[in-house]
Design a protein around this ligand. Structure first.
Ligand SMILES: [Fe+2]
Length: 375
């Protein structure tokens, strides 16, 4: 806290007197001590500089004519050093000429006192400069407190952000896991395992990646594709589990799994479920328009529906179903090639075959999991 005379109420201000004339030094010390300040003295320029650096006074009274280093040089050095540059300097000199005052100002002096010392003038100058110094100190401290507070808040905010992100990730993983388990529950009726459902997502994500889709879309597809047959929940066991081929009437019902799936997944705010809805509705559409439920043709079929089509057929061909045995991989790939341009989008098919090795490695990995988990 500052008093009206510029003194800190909690701690007396400290003043360094750099004066080689012992009488003058003593006089200044006596006056300033009486005024309640703590006074340190130095009798040459270099000692003055050293004491300023170690003592860090609130004000320096500096003579210009000093042994070892003159007052101009002392002032210059004090103003160059970070530690001492904010300490006000009052030049105490018998040089009254304007030229010397300008030179002292250029060196960094803040005010002047002429010798012989006038006590009233000394007190006024000292009090005035100490007020400025204490105010500056206060501002520097205030800035440090503000910076520390901003740092603290930034750290808290960043921690809160990380916690929120982790909570959102957990919610996301939980909802994806729930959706996946629902799809698995539906598909387990006809013997399709969770591993196979997941592998369709991996195939589709690999194709989407090679087709240059943005990473966030690839991730959505990875989770959405496994839900493509969720509408099978509405298909009776006698049709879904029939070991032989379906008759036309049964086929009509079987095909409804696309629209049933679309209905189950409709009106969701979730991007994954929205994409899954689109895929459930369109994964049996064919490039030449001969698919179902709407007979969409070419690019009328959403891209993810076209990707799901090839992935679904590859997965169905290479795995056992109630009505058929798995085909060898080579034969399955031949069927996909033959279906390119009629059943499958040529671009999607090209992407599929461009990463054939990766597709087959996903296939083998999942076959191993299938074998080890199901004995
Ligand atoms: Fe399907």
């Amino acid at each position: 806290m500052l008093s009206s005379n510029g003194r800190n109420m909690e701690k007396p201000s400290q003043i360094l007197v750099v004066e080689d004339d012992v009488m003058n030094s003593r006089l200044l010390t006596t006056i300033l001590t009486r005024l309640g300040y703590i006074v340190e003295t130095a009798f040459d320029g270099i000692t003055g500089l050293e004491k300023a650096e170690s003592f860090l006074p609130d004000l320096i009274l500096l003579d210009l004519q000093l042994p070892r280093m003159d007052g101009y040089e002392v002032a210059r050095r004090l103003k160059l050093a970070d530690k001492t540059k904010i300490i006000p300097i009052v030049v105490v000199s018998s040089f009254a000429e304007v030229e010397n005052r300008v030179k002292a100002l250029e060196a960094g002096a803040d005010d002047f006192l002429s010798k012989p010392i006038d006590q009233v003038e000394l007190r006024a100058r000292v009090q005035s400069l100490l007020k400025v110094k204490l105010f500056n100190d206060h501002m520097v401290n205030y800035q440090k407190i503000l910076e520390a507070e901003v740092d603290k808040r930034t750290r808290q905010l960043s921690q809160a952000y990380e916690e929120l992100k982790s909570a959102l990730d957990k919610i996301k993983q939980t909802s994806l896991d729930t959706a996946f388990r629902l799809a698995q529950a539906v598909e387990s009726r006809d013997g399709v395992t969770g591993t196979h459902i997941k592998s369709t997502g991996y195939y589709a994500a690999a194709i989407a990646r090679v087709m240059g889709l943005p990473p966030q879309d690839v991730e959505l597809g990875l989770y959405a594709i496994p839900m493509h047959d969720i509408g099978k929940i509405g298909i009776p066991d006698r049709i879904l589990l029939k070991p032989g081929p379906l008759d036309p009437e049964e086929w009509k019902i079987m095909k409804l799994h696309t629209t049933i799936g679309g209905r189950i997944l409709s009106n969701s705010d979730s991007q994954v479920i929205q994409m899954a809805e689109q895929i459930a509705l369109t994964h049996h559409e064919k490039w030449d328009g001969s698919g179902y439920p709407d007979g969409l043709k070419g690019s009328q079929i959403p891209l993810w529906g076209r990707i799901a089509a090839i992935v679904d057929v590859f997965d169905a061909l290479t795995n056992n179903r109630p009505y058929k045995k798995a085909l060898p991989v080579d034969q399955s790939l031949d069927i996909l090639k033959k279906g390119t341009g009629t059943h499958f989008d040529p671009e999607v098919s090209e992407a599929f075959f461009s990463i054939e090795k990766e597709i087959l490695s996903i296939f083998r990995e999942n076959q191993n999991k299938f074998t080890s988990s199901d004995g």
